[in-house]
Design a protein around this ligand. Structure first.
Ligand code: NI
Length: 128
């Protein structure tokens, strides 16, 4: 039998249920992995820190809330259901006006604060 035949059948991940399982802000949880990348979800509120990711693009998708990403040349607002890819090496600062729920794609192990450690840095992300 082929290797793949012994693997368990993939099961759906309910993002709303995962989001309901935690309440803290700026502490992404990993809900899936593929091709060396992580699918992360987070609740966020307020302004994050400026940072960039030298080795990986970063995708943001807004699930709920009034969310945007500030770049050095201006703020880009994202409505729920909209997504944006921050190219690697690009300075950015996520901004949430009130609590927002977001989904992110990042390379596995990439620090949430990129190359700019701060009190927002989470050394190990919990998988839920
Ligand atoms: Ni980032």
């Amino acid at each position: 039998m082929a290797e793949a035949a012994r693997l368990a059948t993939p099961q759906p991940v309910n993002i709303a249920e995962k989001l309901a399982s935690f309440s803290d802000h700026w502490n992404p949880r990993v809900v899936g992995r593929y091709n060396g990348n992580e699918v992360r979800i987070a609740k966020v509120d307020g302004e994050f820190t400026w940072h960039s990711h030298a080795g990986t693009d970063e995708l943001f998708m807004v699930i709920s809330g009034d969310f945007g990403i500030e770049f050095r040349d201006g703020l880009v607002k994202l409505a729920p259901g909209e997504m944006l890819v921050v190219p690697k090496g690009t300075e950015h600062r996520p901004v949430a006006n009130g609590e927002c729920q977001i989904l992110m794609l990042d390379r596995e192990g990439e620090p949430n604060t990129g190359a700019s450690p701060s009190h927002y840095t989470r050394e190990r992300l919990e998988t839920i």
